[in-house]
Design a protein around this ligand. Structure first.
Ligand code: KG4
Ligand code: ZN
Length: 339
C-alpha cells in the first residue's frame, strides 16, 4: 500500500506549528514555534501580535517540518489545517498558507477542527486505540466530555457552563502572581503545597451530571486572596495552588468516571493543554485502574497545541473523503462535529 503523507498546519492561538504525518499515526516531524515569551509581557495572548508573529514564522516552520521529515512538497498527498475554533486573525494565517500550498501543488485541502485535533493526539502513541472511547478535553478554551463514536464523530455528554478548565488555571495563576501561562506554573508550585489545606467548592449542576463550572472555584480563590490581604495575612501560595488544582482535578475525574459507568465505556482518554497536568494524569490513572478502565493520554508535547495532532485528524478526515474548497474560511467559533 502507498504511504499517505500529510502536511499539517496549526495557528489557532499562540503557537505556529507544522508537522508531516505518515499514514495517520507516524509523526515524521513536529515543529512548534511558541510565542509565549512575547505574550507573557501582557499577561495573556494579544490577538494582533499573535497574527503578526504567525505571518513572520509560518514559512520557516513549514520548511523545517518538511526538511526534518526528509520530504518535499512533491511527496505530499494532502494539506491539513486548523480552521477553527480559535483567534480569527491567527487562524487565517494558517488557512491562507494551506490554501496557497494546496492550490500551487494541486493537493486536496482538509480543514480540521482544533478540538478534533486534540482528541486525535491520543492516536499518536497508542497504536491500539480506536473508537469508541470516552474523552475528556480540557484546554484553554474548551472543557468537553465526549464519546468518540468514530474518527471525527462525537457525542457531547457535557461541557463547561462558564470558564474552561485551562482558563481557570490561567486566571487563578494571575491572581497568585504567577504570570502567563498559568497552568504549568500552578502544576509546578502545587508540588510544594498541601492539596487539602483549603477546601474550595466543587460545582455540581442540577440535571446535568457531566457538565462543568469553574467560575465558582475561581471566585472562591479570589475571595480567599482578598480576605487574607485585608486581614494582613500572608498567603501560602503553594497550598492555595495545590488546593485549587485539587478541586478542579477531582471534578474532572469524578464526572469522567460517572460518564464511563453510565455509558459502559471501557476506554478513557484525555486531551488538551490541561491534560499535561501531572495531578490530573495521576488521579485519572488511579481512578481508571480502580474502575477497570483502560487509560490513554498523549505525552505533554502532544497535549498542548501542535500540528502533529492536526495531521492525525486530517488523515482520518481525508480517508473519509472530507475535502475543502478554496473558499475555506477561518471559523473562530466552530462547533465540535460541524463541518
Ligand atoms: O490546548 P492548549 O495548548 O490551547 C488551547 O487550545 O486552548 O491549552 C492551553 C491551556 C492553558 O490554559 C494552559 O494554562 C493549560 O492549557 N495548561 C495546563 C498545563 N499546561 C498547559 N494546565 C494545567 N497544568 C498544566 N501542566
Ligand atoms: Zn488547543
Amino acid at each position: 500500500m502507498e504511504d499517505t503523507l500529510i502536511l499539517a498546519i496549526e495557528s489557532s492561538c499562540d503557537e505556529t506549528a507544522a508537522s508531516v504525518v505518515k499514514n495517520g499515526r507516524t509523526i515524521l516531524s513536529n515543529v512548534i514555534s511558541s510565542q509565549i515569551e512575547l505574550h507573557k509581557l501582557y499577561g495573556g495572548v494579544v490577538p494582533e501580535i499573535a497574527s503578526r508573529k504567525h505571518i513572520e514564522k509560518i514559512n520557516q516552520v513549514i520548511e523545517e517540518a518538511l526538511s526534518e521529515a526528509g520530504v518535499t512538497l512533491d511527496d505530499l498527498d494532502a494539506i491539513g489545517v486548523t480552521y477553527g475554533p480559535g483567534l480569527v486573525g491567527a487562524l487565517l494565517v494558517g488557512v491562507a498558507e494551506a490554501k496557497a500550498i494546496a492550490y500551487a501543488k494541486k493537493l486536496p485541502l482538509v480543514g480540521v477542527h482544533h478540538i478534533e485535533g486534540h482528541v486525535s493526539a491520543n492516536y499518536i502513541e497508542h497504536p491500539d486505540l480506536e473508537p469508541p472511547f470516552l474523552c475528556l478535553i480540557v484546554s484553554g478554551g474548551h472543557t468537553h466530555l465526549v464519546i468518540v463514536k468514530d474518527y471525527g464523530e462525537f457525542e457531547i455528554l457535557g461541557r463547561t457552563r462558564d470558564d474552561a478548565a485551562g482558563e481557570a488555571f490561567d486566571k487563578v495563576a494571575r491572581a497568585i502572581g504567577l504570570g502567563y501561562p498559568g497552568g504549568p506554573k500552578i502544576d509546578k508550585l502545587s508540588k510544594e503545597g498541601n492539596p487539602h489545606a483549603i477546601t474550595f467548592p466543587k460545582a455540581k449542576i442540577d440535571g446535568a451530571p457531566y457538565d462543568f463550572s469553574f467560575s465558582g472555584v475561581k471566585s472562591a480563590v479570589l475571595n480567599y486572596i482578598n480576605q487574607n490581604k485585608m486581614q494582613g495575612k500572608e498567603i501560602e501560595a503553594a497550598d492555595l495552588a495545590a488546593s485549587f488544582q485539587q478541586s478542579v482535578v477531582e471534578v474532572l475525574v469524578e464526572h469522567t468516571m460517572l460518564a464511563a459507568k453510565d455509558y459502559h465505556m471501557d476506554k478513557v482518554a484525555i486531551a488538551g493543554g490541561v491534560a499535561s497536568n501531572g495531578t490530573l494524569r495521576q488521579a485519572m490513572k488511579e481512578a481508571c485502574e480502580k474502575n477497570g478502565l483502560k487509560f490513554y493520554h498523549p505525552s505533554p508535547i502532544f497535549c498542548t497545541d501542535n500540528a502533529a495532532m492536526i495531521g492525525v485528524a486530517a488523515y482520518y478526515e481525508y480517508k473519509k473523503g472530507t475535502r475543502h474548497g478554496w473558499d475555506l474560511n477561518a471559523v473562530p467559533n466552530l462547533k465540535l462535529g460541524e463541518r
